[in-house]
Design a protein around this ligand. Structure first.
Ligand code: UDX
Ligand code: ADP
Length: 461
């Protein structure tokens, strides 16, 4: 059996996933391809200046690149030479026409399906990795299997389409891949479908059979796998919105949201994770997946369910508006010409990713108030500059001490481990008084900050 694997799309999903697949399957050749030449050049760079930052990623790429992991722009050749194709191209929210602002834009994905069809010379297993709205595997199946039949075997499908949604979280991607809670593979229930599922199960078992335990590899039909991905992310997003909704009530009534969350999480039925109040969720998946779910519900006439899930997004947007209005109130109802330093711009710690970051929304709301904005972040300054390129006068500063110099307020947006370790007395000394810290992640020692002289704001306290 040809053991080559190709992954189309060398992004946040394709890159790390294939690096770990190559590590755990040294007997297979894994090729990651992309239309973006710069991205591929970065993956191939001599000094391992990779296009994305993930703890532990560079070490694995150093181990496997050139051994059995390769990055290339020759998509045609790679597709022709393999028998399993993973598709990890981006499916951003559609911004035009039907379903605008809700549905996924599938144009990149459809182009990929058509290319695979045109280039393939032998039967292939095609595995969806991108988050796709439910039932797109059927569309992919229809495109791929139109006009093509395996010579002499008219009954046999040329392509078998599976869904293998990715559950990795950024910042812990390598850990999540090496030791996943579960791997989900959805496939057709017929014999060739089940053979294709087994081929992908074998990849996750690893060459030595010691990667993912078989009991954690769950197989379902294709539709269940696709819907599970959306539902799982919607449940997680909903938890964040739920605790943030409680946070507002805590601020109004004098309760402490961290205490409330701790007690709620002690109930084994609920569990302690994903109950941290903060500036709201960001990242490429949560908003997009919840919006997809809303769109699906609307499509099937389930309007109350659509409204329910839309509430998760509304609550999230409200959280960022609330942060700015509290700051406004705290700073004597005017922010114009005050200097505010945003500590952190990434949507969470340990990533340089800024897609849908709450810090972006807060920065724009502050700019509307004519704030002099300085942004600092250890990994995301490049992306921040690009995201806010239309805003004039924003200062980008890697050094948090310099960023805070002369500021009226520091607004901590990202829970980087670095921030609680800073010398806050030194920061206080250089700020304009009264000096305010708004810790939207509740990760600083508020008692100590108050002792130093800061006015301190928290979420849910
Ligand atoms: C998420 C899912 O966790 C992952 O399974 C899926 O494959 C992709 O989407 P990711 O977006 O990388 O992963 O980050 P995640 O750690 O889930 O955090 C999402 C957002 O929620 C972040 O902005 C984070 O700061 C926020 N969050 C998370 C909270 O505000 N409170 C919490 O308790 C947890
Ligand atoms: P994700 O978070 O889903 O991995 P990214 O945007 O990080 O999303 O990565 C998706 C990658 O897919 C990008 O590098 C993009 O250039 C690539 N891509 C999009 N369309 C195609 C295509 N038709 N062929 C090959 N690569 C593609």
């Amino acid at each position: 059996m040809n053991k080559n694997i190709v992954c189309i799309g060398a992004g946040y999903i394709g890159g790390p996933t294939m690096a770990v697949i190559a590590k755990m399957n040294p007997d297979r050749r894994v090729i990651v391809v992309d239309i973006n030449k710069e991205r591929i050049a970065a993956w191939n760079s001599k000094d391992f200046n990779l296009p994305i930052y993930e703890p532990g990623l560079v070490e694995i790429v150093k181990e496997v690149r050139g051994r059995n992991l390769f990055f290339s722009t020759d998509i045609k050749k790679a597709v022709r030479d393999c028998d399993i194709v993973f598709v990890g191209v981006n499916t951003p929210t559609k911004m035009f026409g039907k379903g605008a602002g809700r549905a996924s834009d599938l144009q990149y994905w459809e182009a990929t399906a058509r290319n695979i069809k045109d280039w393939a010379k032998c039967p292939k297993v095609v595995v969806e990795k991108s988050t796709l709205p439910v039932r797109t595997a059927a569309a992919m199946d229809a495109i791929l299997n139109s006009e093509v039949k395996v010579r002499g075997e008219s009954e046999r499908r040329m392509f078998t389409v599976l869904s293998n949604p990715e559950f990795l979280a950024e910042g812990t991607a390598i850990k999540d891949l090496l030791d996943p809670d579960r791997v989900l593979i959805g496939g057709p229930q017929d014999t060739p479908g089940q053979a294709a599922v087994q081929a992908v199960v074998d990849i996750y078992l690893g060459a030595a059979g010691n990667w993912v335990p078989r009991t954690r590899i769950l197989t379902t039909n294709v539709w269940s796998a696709e819907l599970t991905k959306l539902a799982a992310n919607a449940f997680l997003a909903q938890r964040v919105s739920s605790i943030n909704a409680i946070a507002g009530l805590c601020e109004a009534t004098g309760a402490d949201v961290d205490e409330v969350a701790q007690v709620i999480g002690a109930d084994k039925r609920i569990g302690p994770k994903f109950l941290k109040a903060g500036p709201g969720f960001g990242g490429s998946c949560f908003k997009k997946d919840v919006l997809n779910l809303v769109y699906l519900c609307e499509t099937f006439g389930l309007h109350t369910a659509a409204e329910y899930w839309m509430g998760v997004i509304k609550m999230n947007d409200h959280q960022q508006e609330r942060i700015v209005s509290r700051l406004f109130k705290e700073m004597f109802n005017t922010l114009a010409n005050k200097k505010i330093a945003l500590f952190g711009f990434a949507f969470k710690a340990d990533t340089g990713d800024t897609r849908e970051t709450p810090a972006g929304t807060v920065a724009r709301l502050l700019a509307d108030e004519h704030v002099n904005l300085t942004i600092t972040d250890p990994k995301a300054l490049g992306n921040a500059k690009n995201d806010l390129r239309d805003l004039k006068g924003v200062v980008y500063e890697i050094d948090p001490y310099k960023a805070a110099k002369g500021a009226d307020a520091v607004v901590l947006m990202t829970d980087w481990a670095l921030y609680p370790t800073l010398d806050w007395a030194k920061i206080y000394a250089t700020m304009r008084k009264p000096a305010t810290v708004f810790d939207t992640r509740n990760c600083l020692d508020a008692t100590n900050l108050r002792k130093l002289g800061f006015r301190v704001l928290n979420i849910g306290k």
